[in-house]
Design a protein around this ligand. Structure first.
Ligand code: AAT
Length: 282
């Protein structure tokens, strides 16, 4: 923070940086895993930053949380057991619990500081972490999935931070194999997969790794002003039954959404030509 502005600089997006005007710093700490910063901004509500990277702002978080959650959940005929890896702010859990069929969601974040500070400073995201359908586990997502006694899931959402630091293993083939093993037949996954404008070869490598294990893997995206270059996507795959974009049954209406609707669901898979060429034909 300099001269009242937070600036998001990183070698992951060289030569550019999102800046947000700070009204007040609310919290700083060095947790076991990362630098945690929460500030109140002038125009984006409260903002959570980990290791200098914006994780969410109150003004636009719904775009990301709704899309990473409802694309796999709403394409599944009857999701009951859901796992969220990362996402300690609780935003994805809030979206998951909009689906009446869901009777249990496990959330696994490596860093206890994230749910703790989110409960205080991001209450609209974190409130349902206390719901009786939700269990919060503080653990590494990769290690959690290796538990041989793990009960299987219908949908697994990887809401992870970027692949530098504690989340790096969550973008590699062994992790995608663990996801596959942890899914019920017919299960679906979505996994945070970065930005078309910045990370096209990386998206391709995630998609190729997922495809080797799930046969079909597609990229769907959302727009969001406070993530790098204003766009982020998810690799979506399911255990059986053809491409994720071909939803057989009519999509249900998910209540209380501000970004997601059934047409947005379908449109999210339609890529601009520079991305389509590499991701779908490359
Ligand atoms: N809901 C949008 C915010 C996130 S949070 C990503 C979370 O992943 C963080 O809380 C972090 O503690 C957690 N995390 C990182 N590594 C692991 C791991 N190995 N196991 C479990 N949780 C982990 C996503 C932000 C996207 C940013 C885009 N630039």
């Amino acid at each position: 923070i300099k001269d009242g502005w937070f600036r998001e600089e990183s070698s992951q997006w060289p030569g550019q940086a999102m800046s947000i005007k700070v009204a007040k710093v609310l919290h700083t700490e060095k947790s076991k895993f990362q630098d945690v910063l929460v500030f109140q901004s002038e125009t984006y509500g409260n903002v959570l930053v980990l290791d200098g990277v914006i994780q969410c702002t109150e003004r636009d978080e719904f775009s990301y949380q709704e899309m990473i959650a409802h694309i796999p959940l709403n394409a599944h005929p009857n999701p009951k057991r859901v796992l969220v890896i990362g996402g300690g702010d609780g935003g994805v859990v809030r979206e998951v619990l909009k689906h009446e069929s869901v009777d249990h969601v496990d959330l696994v974040d490596i860093d206890e500081a994230v749910p703790r500070v989110s409960k205080t400073y991001l209450p609209h995201m974190a409130a349902l972490l206390n719901d009786n359908r939700c269990s919060v586990h503080i653990a590494d997502g990769f290690a959690y999935l290796q538990d041989p006694k793990l009960e299987k899931y219908d949908v697994i959402i990887t809401d992870s931070s970027d692949p530098v630091g504690p989340a790096s293993a969550l973008f590699q083939p062994p992790y995608f194999q663990l996801l596959h093993n942890a899914l019920n037949p017919g299960g679906h996954i979505s996994t945070q997969s970065e930005c078309l404008w910045l990370h096209l070869p990386f998206i391709k490598s995630i998609q190729d790794s997922v495809k080797k294990i799930f046969e079909v893997a597609e990229y769907a995206f959302t727009t969001i002003p406070t993530y790098p270059s204003g766009q982020i996507g998810f690799v979506i795959a399911k255990k059986a039954g053809g491409p994720p974009r071909d939803v057989k049954a009519p999509l249900r209406t998910v209540p209380g959404c501000r970004y997601y609707n059934n047409n947005v669901h379908k449109a999210a898979f339609v890529l601009p030509e520079f991305g389509r060429v590499l991701i779908e034909e490359g």
